[in-house]
Design a binder for this molecule. Structure first.
Ligand SMILES: Cc1cc2nc3c(=O)[nH]c(=O)nc-3n(C[C@H](O)[C@H](O)[C@H](O)COP(=O)(O)OP(=O)(O)OC[C@H]3O[C@@H](n4cnc5c(N)ncnc54)[C@H](O)[C@@H]3O)c2cc1C
Ligand code: SF4
Length: 493
């Protein structure tokens, strides 16, 4: 244990972000470091609980409580407190292939379940994780470790998001020959083209995939499996296949006026912006540009927040965000106790920046869109109205529009960030895989689909989720593939 009285002596100190008005001037990540002494004290706040809820990774009320990949948090907190950073990265890598990703983008369900958070502020687990990972890279402790022997078995992983990458990394360690197919021009899935630069620098993604290539993983980009290469061809060439293709089918908003120019799916906007930053730099024109526009983002979740932050950096005149659900409470509600994930109001980076610019949180809660209004075939406004939620005759929650609350707000760029329906269906169909009632690829024991030798992982099977769950799923699928090929597996489940 770090310091037995640490949590009494030192208060939680998150890494200092740059002020919002400064950081919106560029597309850089915010530094998430603290000076060494402070970071050590933060780790020293850990109580090394007898039952460390931070690490349990259970689903409570349908949400993760604790770390889904069971990171050995109390152990590496203790190592950091003692200054044993090199040992800390070994403990971190034991459960997490990519701590530099989760240390940056994970919403940290571990912190929501930390015991210090019961009547105080939780340990800064996420910042400590990022610090361990970044130090390890900067100190040259993370070097290629190719397997010492090869099994001669060949595995194709389709999709290079965090689930595909984690799966490939694990299988390569077990000595299999892994080829990752990616239809985009760059490796990383949503790590590359979904999550914006200011949350996850693309060099950080490429550094890891370069290392994997040096360790022997083959990457093939610009190839759409199902079109450029068929399922049958992969069956012939490989001993096992993993479908890690994500949940990329976006939810649309089919109200009158949807066809107007200027109404776009969030991912078209975000992907286009990241591509132009990588290919042409910040001075190149974005394919969908918010500069000088009144932007309305429909959807109050994380993708919506990324649209807000990106629109602001592109130079939007104003940004509003519409959310159909009520504003969450400031404190945990009685039916949302610790160690559940706290469903409380928070100002994420995009909203913080909008407030700094225009004086208020851009989110408008309990609002629905009735239609898009346009002139000369381009959107100029949105007709919205207030909604109320209540229980219907069947006892289920239903929404109704509030009479007399209709109004029109200006909009010349509308971004639809209302979540994702699930995986695209063509590829699982070509492989002959069963789907579950929600349209996700059905996974059985060890992540095998209904087709022997074909496995699945990540958003493709669990629906749109989180990077940390994708890593967990990729590791589980790797265990399943290894067992299928070798009868037993040395890889963790
Ligand atoms: C805008 C946005 C922001 C997000 N922010 C966060 C965040 O801050 N923190 C967090 O934890 N999670 C975040 N998420 C969720 C997270 O990114 C996903 O849960 C995670 O990336 C899923 O990983 P995956 O490997 O299953 O799929 P993906 O990352 O979606 O990767 C799937 C890959 O498969 C490829 N592919 C699909 N079909 C084919 C084919 N036929 N042939 C070849 N390749 C194919 C796709 O091109 C894609 O690269 C965010 C999601 C979005 C959309
Ligand atoms: S729950 Fe919090 S205090 Fe307890 S072991 Fe985990 S990080 Fe440390």
């Amino acid at each position: 244990m770090g310091k037995p009285t640490g949590f009494l002596e030192w208060s939680r100190q998150p890494a200092a972000n740059r002020p919002p008005l400064e950081r919106i001037k560029d597309w850089n990540e915010d530094p998430h470091h603290l000076p060494q002494l402070e970071m050590v004290q933060q780790a020293g706040r850990c109580m090394d609980c007898g039952v460390p809820y931070c690490h349990t990774g259970q689903l409570i009320s349908g949400m993760a409580a604790g770390c889904p990949i069971n990171n050995l948090i109390p152990e590496w907190n203790d190592l950091v407190y003692r200054g044993q950073w090199k040992e800390a990265i070994v403990r971190l890598h034991a459960t997490n292939n990519f701590p530099e990703f989760t240390g940056r983008v994970c919403p940290a369900p571990c912190e929501g379940s930390c015991t210090v958070g019961l009547n105080g502020s939780p340990v800064t687990i996420k910042a400590i994780e990022a610090e361990i990972a970044d130090r390890a890279w900067e100190s040259g402790w993370i070097t290629p470790r190719p397997p010492t022997a090869r099994t001669g078995r060949r595995v194709a992983v389709i999709g290079s998001g965090p689930s595909g990458l984690a799966c490939a990394d694990q299988l390569n360690r077990a000595g299999h020959l892994v080829t990752v197919y990616e239809r985009a021009g760059r490796i990383g899935g949503l790590l590359m083209y979904g999550i914006p630069n200011m949350k996850l620098d693309k060099d950080v993604v490429e550094r890891r995939t370069r290392l994997m290539a040096e360790e022997g993983v083959s990457f093939v980009t610009g190839v759409t499996v199902g079109a450029d290469v068929t399922a049958q061809e992969l069956h012939n060439e490989f001993d096992a296949v993993v479908l890690a293709t994500g949940a990329t089918a976006a939810r649309d908003l089919l109200v009158p006026g949807r066809e107007l120019a200027g109404v776009h799916l969030a991912m078209s906007f975000l992907r286009g912006n990241t591509r132009r930053l990588l290919d042409g730099g910040a001075s190149a024109e974005a394919p969908i540009d918010a500069r000088g526009k009144h932007v309305v983002v429909i959807g109050g979740g994380d993708t919506g927040t990324d649209c807000v932050g990106t629109s602001i950096r592109q130079g939007a005149l104003s940004v509003r965000q519409l959310e159909i659900m009520p504003r969450p409470p400031e404190q945990r509600a009685a039916d949302n106790p610790w160690p559940e994930w706290p469903k409380v109001y928070k100002l994420d980076y995009g909203q913080e920046e909008a407030r700094a610019l225009w004086g208020e949180d851009p989110r408008r809660y309990l609002t629905t869109t009735r239609r898009f209004i346009g002139r000369s075939e381009h959107v100029t406004g949105i007709e919205i109205c207030d909604v109320a939620w209540g229980k219907g005759a069947d006892g289920r929650f239903e929404m109704r529009e509030v009479a007399g609350s209709t109004q029109v707000i200006p909009a010349d760029l509308v971004l639809l960030a209302m979540g994702f329906l699930g995986p695209e269906q063509a590829l699982p169909k070509q492989f002959g895989c069963d789907l579950d009632p929600r349209g996700n690829i059905r996974a059985g024991i060890d992540k095998m689909t209904s087709v022997p030798g074909v496995f699945t992982a990540g958003d493709a099977t669990r629906g749109q989720s989180l990077v940390v769950w994708a890593i967990k799923e990729g590791r589980q699928a790797a265990h399943g593939v290894d067992k299928y090929l070798m009868r037993e597996s040395i890889l963790p489940e």
